[in-house]
Design a protein around this ligand. Structure first.
Ligand code: PRP
Length: 178
């Protein structure tokens, strides 16, 4: 699996340190509150697991699955819900947890979807942002890292469902997906 990697972009230590900073900000902003953390599957499952274990406030957790990529490296621009929410978000503070923002279409769609379901507030917590790829105005409240336009895998992120279990974020060799 590591033969397919051209470089490690963010190692475990860097990710861990940044997540603990993000968690401290969230704890401060949501003191005396119990937000619902909504993890967007599948890519954010590792980020969520590390993030919530760094939080000292009570939280509830739910999952939403959307897809706009399939097995392609380029967003199709069409977002669809593959697994809906289980919890009622009416009147609740919600924090969307995403692994990556690329075009931003998924995050925008999910934010509007949760607001439409009556959430009192919707914040966004994103590990990786590719600002050069945005196709719309995107609001990220808690951001891990800004990255370039390379295709990255690992720490939850896949290419054709592989590489999610790498413990770091890495750049995939172009020959693998071209
Ligand atoms: C990825 C990622 C985001 C979305 C970002 O999900 O997890 O949800 O794409 O892209 P965008 O900003 O262009 O909308 P993907 O559809 O690949 O599913 P996965 O999380 O199951 O890998």
């Amino acid at each position: 699996m590591t033969y397919d990697i051209s470089a490690i972009l963010l190692d475990e230590e860097k990710i861990e340190k940044r997540i603990s900073d993000l968690a401290a900000c969230i704890c401060k902003d949501f003191e005396n509150k119990t937000p619902i953390m909504i993890s967007v599957l599948k890519g954010s499952f590792i980020f969520l697991a590390d993030l919530v274990r760094s939080l000292t406030i009570p939280v509830e957790i739910d999952f939403l699955a959307v897809s706009s990529y399939g097995n392609s490296t380029v967003s199709s621009g069409v977002v669809s819900i593959k697994k809906d929410l289980d919890v009622d978000v009416t009147g609740r503070d919600v924090i969307i947890v995403e692994d990556i923002v690329d075009s931003g279409l998924s995050l925008k769609y999910i934010t509007e979807y949760i607001l439409k379901h009556g959430a009192a507030s919707v914040s966004t917590c994103v590990l990786l942002d590719k600002p050069e790829a945005h196709r719309d105005d995107i609001k990220i409240d808690y951001l891990g890292f800004e990255i370039g336009n390379d295709f990255v895998v690992g720490y939850g992120l896949d290419y054709a469902e592989k590489y999610r279990n790498l413990p770091y974020v890495a750049i995939l060799k172009e020959e693998i997906y071209s």
